[in-house]
Ligand binder design. Structure first.
Ligand SMILES: NC(=O)c1ccc[n+]([C@@H]2O[C@H](COP(=O)([O-])OP(=O)(O)OC[C@H]3O[C@@H](n4cnc5c(N)ncnc54)[C@H](O)[C@@H]3O)[C@@H](O)[C@H]2O)c1
Length: 337
């Protein structure tokens, strides 16, 4: 009997936060995985033992082509990007160079190498501050910063790579990624994030002042802003499902990954206090200009096309996050004792 030779998933940006959790999920799903990463914000230590690693950049077409041919890659999961929305308002050119030009070089190299399947890390930032809720994939796209714009441009590029080169793709629009692996082994590095959950943990661990709660007079159930927090393990499972969808012959698409439930800042803070068993130091502050009142996802397309369902709530996010912070209060930046 002829047996198809094992093919490999190349995880570009697999040494970063969501990438390294996804690598573990792919390995658990029985995949051969190789990580390709320039370690600009990722950590070699975040890549599990036994998973191949190539130190390289999306700007280096030759390195990508060599990685694809030497590891028999047939699908790529592409996380590599700069992700700080605020920074992108100061350095837009850097975001277009890294996120757009880097992705273009990667896709061209994949086409030349005969790879026809890509899962791309997009973001709910493509929608901007949508007012019609829940946010579906058809909601108008109005990015509020160059970061969100860079993700939208790459999605549009992928549409043309499909038309012109039959490169099929799933763009996964994550809502607010949060938490760590269930065992607390891998999570987000403090230095890399301005998101609520890591900033809250920094305040708890005394690595910054009290958490500022921007706006307590929003027209929401408790006056604070509402976002859709999705556990990083559920996100990782979504990537495994997206790879399977492409292997079933699924057409190129963009899919929201959220929970369809919004949580307020107070609810996040109270979930953290209940897990940690201590108060979270905080102060209230006026609303920040440009912040939306409430954002959460419609995830019916993810359910229907990817057969994906998030199974963890904000308590599970806090439990995993707290395990990770206790294990490595300084993330991967400081060697583990
Ligand atoms: N974290 C979130 O809340 C969130 C939300 C929406 C979308 N995203 C997107 O998900 C992806 C992963 O985010 P993350 O939070 O894991 O970020 P991260 O910074 O932890 O991971 C990015 C990884 O890509 C690598 N990388 C960056 N530029 C590269 C390049 N040119 N060549 C090769 N490797 C490169 C980094 O070293 C790092 O390991 C990003 O594309 C981000 O925009 C993240």
């Amino acid at each position: 009997m002829w047996v198809s030779p094992a093919m490999t998933v190349l995880v570009v940006g697999g040494a970063g936060y969501i990438g390294s959790v996804t690598v573990r999920a792919l390995v658990r799903a029985g995949r051969d995985v190789v990580v390709f990463d320039d370690l600009s914000t990722g950590f070699r230590e975040a890549v599990p033992a036994g998973v191949g690693f190539v130190h390289g950049s999306t700007h280096d077409a030759g390195a990508i082509e060599r990685a694809v041919s030497s590891h028999r890659v047939d699908v790529v999961v592409h996380f590599a990007a700069k992700k700080a929305a605020g920074e992108s308002m100061v350095q837009p050119g850097r975001y277009f160079a890294e996120n757009v030009a880097g992705s273009n070089t990667l896709f061209e190299a994949l086409v030349r190498s005969g790879v026809h399947r890509v899962v791309f890390s997009s973001s709910a930032a493509v929608y901007g501050n949508a007012t019609l809720l829940p946010i579906s994939e058809e909601t108008p796209k109005h990015p509020e910063n160059p970061y969100g714009e860079s993700k939208l441009i790459v999605e549009q590029m992928l549409r043309w790579y499909d038309t012109c080169h039959a490169l099929r793709s799933v763009s996964l629009r994550y809502f607010n990624a949060a938490g760590a692996t269930d065992d607390g082994e891998v999570g987000e590095d403090f230095a890399q994030s301005t998101n609520l959950v890591p900033v809250l943990m920094k305040s708890v661990l005394g690595r910054r002042g009290p958490l500022e709660i921007f706006g307590t007079d929003y027209p929401t159930r408790d006056g604070t802003a509402i976002r859709d927090y999705v556990h990083v393990e559920d996100l990782a499972a979504g990537h495994v499902k997206a790879v399977e969808y492409l292997e079933r012959g699924g057409a190129s698409t963009a899919v929201n990954l959220g929970t369809s439930r919004g949580s307020s800042v107070w609810e996040i803070l109270h979930a953290a206090e209940s897990v940690i068993g201590a108060p979270v130091p905080h102060v209230t502050a006026p609303r920040r200009p440009g912040d939306a009142v409430e954002l959460y996802a419609d995830i019916s397309r993810a359910r229907a096309l990817l057969r994906w369902e998030p199974v963890r709530d904000i308590r599970a996010i806090m439990e995993s996050e707290w395990k990770w912070r206790q294990r490595r209060p300084d993330g991967f930046a400081v060697p583990h004792q």
